[in-house]
Design a protein around this ligand. Structure first.
Ligand code: ITT
Length: 200
């Protein structure tokens, strides 16, 4: 039984976080881009739907156990946007443009009305059966008025976790993993993963 886990993502920031979280478990992690797998069209309107689609497609294409992450930022003052569209909020221009668009959209919104949360849904799919395990993590917080910090990726420089004064991009790796949406969803996934990786 293989102990290789395919991380069904092309996002380097996510992959780095999974490498460090799973490294301690003795599970070898490989990314979808490293295997040259084709990009999956994320056309579902929920995090659960997109995570399931990515995990199933990558497990089928690789023959490996595949873990997909669909995640994003849900901003109350924007009626939940960018949500499942977080990666392409500003089109294909990338993280910096997404953050610029978010700060513009919240211009004039006062401190008490900038609440938001990161959500992460993980889906674990095997090439051998149709069953998909899903876990969820949420990290509550607020959107800052400007970028602060150089760590992490994506919207981290403008997201201040609840109970903190620093942005996610100022937190060390261990601090982020302990409170992040991805850290929580991954903790919840460990039992499913141990079960699927157990020799049968
Ligand atoms: P894959 O689908 O290949 O995994 P993606 O970047 O397209 O990569 P998503 O569709 O799940 O992934 O989009 C996630 C978006 O949410 C993307 O803009 C990320 O930058 C952002 N995001 C997710 N988790 C984040 C985190 O921990 N810190 C900052 N931004 C995050």
């Amino acid at each position: 039984m293989t102990r290789t886990l395919l991380i069904a993502t092309r996002n380097r920031g996510k992959l780095l976080e999974f490498e460090r979280i799973f490294g301690a478990l003795g599970v070898q992690v490989v990314g979808a881009a490293d295997l040259g797998l084709p990009e999956v069209d994320e056309d579902a309107d929920t995090f659960e739907g997109n995570a399931t689609k990515k995990a199933r497609a990558c497990a089928a294409a690789s023959g490996l156990l595949a873990l997909a992450d669909d995640s994003g930022l849900v901003v109350d003052a924007l009626d939940g946007a960018p949500g499942v569209h977080s990666a392409r909020y500003a089109g294909s221009a990338g993280d910096a443009a997404n953050v610029d668009k978010l700060l513009d959209a919240l211009a004039g919104v006062p401190e008490g009305a900038r609440s938001a949360r990161f959500r992460c849904v993980l889906a674990l799919a095997s090439p051998d059966d149709d069953e998909v395990a899903l876990t969820v993590g949420t990290c509550e917080g607020a959107i800052a008025f400007e970028r602060v910090g150089g760590l992490g990726f994506g919207y981290d420089p403008v997201f201040v976790p609840a109970g903190h004064t620093r942005t996610m991009a100022e937190l060390g790796a261990d601090e982020k993993d302990a409170l992040s949406h991805r850290g929580q969803a991954t903790q919840a996934m460990k039992a499913h993963l141990a079960d699927r990786l157990r020799p049968r």
